[in-house]
Write a protein that binds this ligand. Structure first.
Ligand SMILES: N[C@@H](Cc1c[nH]c[nH+]1)C(=O)O
Length: 390
């Protein structure tokens, strides 16, 4: 028989993996609900325009045509749809939102990555205070403490730092792009060659150190002794160091600053942060400030900070203790359906036996060392086999 496989980059989930994911999602949602975040669900499908301002090339999307021949896409990001939603409804701001859902990005072939991912996240919209960044870091720290033995490292950066340095050097957009590219990709010889032309400027000492500008706050400060940055860059740097310093006060929290990385998303306008655990190259958490996003949907600008949590990855790295209950089975005859319903109302922990005859059922239960109950003729529950550990 001809077997039909799944489309490339997709996978089915079942059993333990599916349960673990669900458990994580449930716990996270309960927590955020208790903290008064508002749940928001947006559809899987959006018009392409929602994402076009933000470099669709980087987020290769699945595209479909609706019945008017307009292109709709499977959402490659969950923040942009929420920004879109906020400009078309009058939800009062400021407001804290949370979401859980799937997104679709076509990964490079053979990258081993899935094209469908589950993400949870929060969006704190209408808050200009750095306390909004701190609320995100608090959530990362909590998850790290609760589920990952405090292993999560925070990496803090600023979305505008790179541009503020490059703008002070040159007006040549193409050159700026090239430098940025080599810096972000850590292609040092190419980078060195490009900055050579600034050899005679006061910025050169900084430019040479730039690709190595990551580490703990104290290390960064040490590297920058005696270096005068352009005013804007100095401001962004101070902001980054200040947040990093506050983050180190979180219990059991490692923090590094990296000033030579690309912002995780093109819409960030301020502090950005990622959370990861050693040995895994991907990030579990990623977020930042995006004060101009709502404006790009023709609404008022609104200060906002948010972050996403990679639920698939989180489910892979955490160890949740599965509480192994003793198994107990219930055998019944079809006309005892009423009694079964009543019994399950009192105790849902029975697994129903669907075997037709009791002997077959007993065999199965004995093999599993489980307990067997049955509904008697009088409609009562009767223990037929005791669990062997009893
Ligand atoms: N949407 C971002 C995460 C985020 C949520 N809010 C702000 N940023 C991402 O997928 O990387």
């Amino acid at each position: 028989m001809h077997k039909i496989n799944l489309p490339l980059g997709t996978r089915a989930e079942f059993g333990e993996r599916a349960v673990k994911k669900q458990l994580l999602i449930t716990k996270l949602q309960q927590y955020l609900q208790k903290r008064n975040f508002m749940k928001v669900n947006t559809p899987l499908l959006e018009y392409q325009e929602v994402f076009t301002n933000f470099d669709l090339k980087q987020m290769r999307t699945y595209q479909l045509l609706d019945k008017n021949n307009k292109t709709v896409v499977l959402r490659p990001d969950l923040t942009l749809p929420i920004a879109r939603l906020l400009t078309t409804t009058n939800i009062k701001l400021p407001q804290k939102f949370y979401y859980v859902g799937d997104l679709f990005k076509i990964a490079k072939e053979l990258s081993g990555r899935n094209n469908q991912m589950t993400q949870a996240g929060i969006e704190l919209v209408g808050y200009s205070s750095l306390k909004a960044e701190l609320e995100c870091l608090l959530l990362i720290n909590r998850i790290s403490q609760k589920w990952l033995n405090g292993q999560v490292k925070l990496e803090i950066s600023h979305a505008y730092f790179t541009d503020s340095i490059l703008d002070s050097l040159t007006a040549d957009t193409a050159l700026k792009e090239k430098i940025k590219n080599e810096l972000y990709r850590k292609r040092i010889p190419e980078y060195q060659r490009l900055i050579k032309r600034f050899e005679k400027t006061t910025s050169y000492v900084f430019l040479q150190k730039w690709p190595r500008l990551f580490g703990e706050t104290s290390a960064i400060k040490k590297m920058l002794i005696g270096i005068k940055l352009p005013k804007e860059a100095a401001h962004f740097l101070n902001e980054t160091l200040a947040i990093a310093k506050l983050a180190t006060k979180l219990p059991n929290q490692k923090v590094i600053v990296d000033l030579s990385i690309a912002p995780p998303q093109p819409y960030y306008t301020g502090i950005t942060f990622k959370g990861f655990v050693d040995e895994i190259p991907e990030y579990l958490f990623s977020g930042g400030r995006y004060d101009q996003l709502l404006e790009s949907f023709q609404a008022q600008p609104e200060p906002a900070v948010g972050m996403g949590i990679d639920i698939d990855l989180l489910a892979e790295v955490i160890t949740v203790k599965s509480t192994q209950r003793e198994k107990k089975y219930l055998f019944f005859e079809p006309d005892q359906i009423k009694e079964v319903a009543e019994q399950l109302l009192q105790d849902i922990s029975y697994e129903l036996l669907l075997e037709d005859d009791l002997e077959k059922a007993k065999k199965k239960v004995r093999l599993e060392n489980a307990a067997l109950f049955k509904i008697s003729e009088r409609g009562e529950v009767e223990n037929v086999i005791k669990n062997s550990s009893n």
